[in-house]
Design a protein around this ligand. Structure first.
Ligand code: PNS
Length: 164
């Protein structure tokens, strides 16, 4: 039986930390779905469709394998998506104890609601300080985000409309 896992998140925009976790997870599971989900607790920078495009471009640019699907979800619980596609595992990146505290209740709720287990992966320490919110702030103030995001995202933030 092939094992399908989902990496959910806001990805607003995708960072090098996200890309690191996606690469590691794609090496573990047969099929990996990168799922862009609107998080109402966060002020959005990019439309959902734009985030999906940037992730697809970043994955292509990085030359990852062909077991990764990128899509979005907006009509219910994360575990509903998992059930619909036959996914049994969620994958989350953990940078610090702060992330553990943020992710633990969600992992328990997702297991309670849908029987879906959460696997925590550690990105490279080189990316442990990187977050989408930091990227949004640096970009909004005209700073260089190149060290924190895939090249396609850096190009897009410098010249919006460059990537469809
Ligand atoms: O990148 P983020 O913003 O930390 O991702 C949070 C996200 C989107 C994974 C979380 O908000 C989520 O799972 N939303 C889906 C709605 C849902 O199923 N909620 C109940 C379980 S937490």
């Amino acid at each position: 039986m092939s094992r399908i896992a989902v990496v959910p998140g806001s990805f607003d925009p995708i960072t090098l930390g996200h890309l690191d976790v996606i690469e590691r997870a794609a090496g573990i599971f047969d099929e990996l779905h990168v799922l862009v989900v609107h998080n109402p607790d966060k002020a959005a920078l990019l439309p959902i469709a734009q985030r999906v495009s940037l992730i697809q471009e970043a994955i292509a640019e990085a030359g990852f394998g062909d077991n990764i699907l990128v899509t979005s979800w907006s009509v219910g619980l994360l575990v509903d998506y998992c059930r619909d596609v036959g996914a049994t595992v969620l994958v989350k990146g953990i940078r610090s104890q702060v992330d553990v505290a943020y992710e633990t209740p969600m992992a328990i709720v997702n297991r309670d609601l849908g029987g879906v287990e959460t696997v925590f992966l550690l990105p490279s320490p080189a990316h442990s300080h990187v977050s989408s919110s930091l990227v949004r702030q640096v970009s909004a103030l005209g700073g260089d985000v190149t060290p924190y995001v895939p090249p396609v995202v850096a190009r897009f933030l410098q010249v919006p409309g460059d990537v469809e």
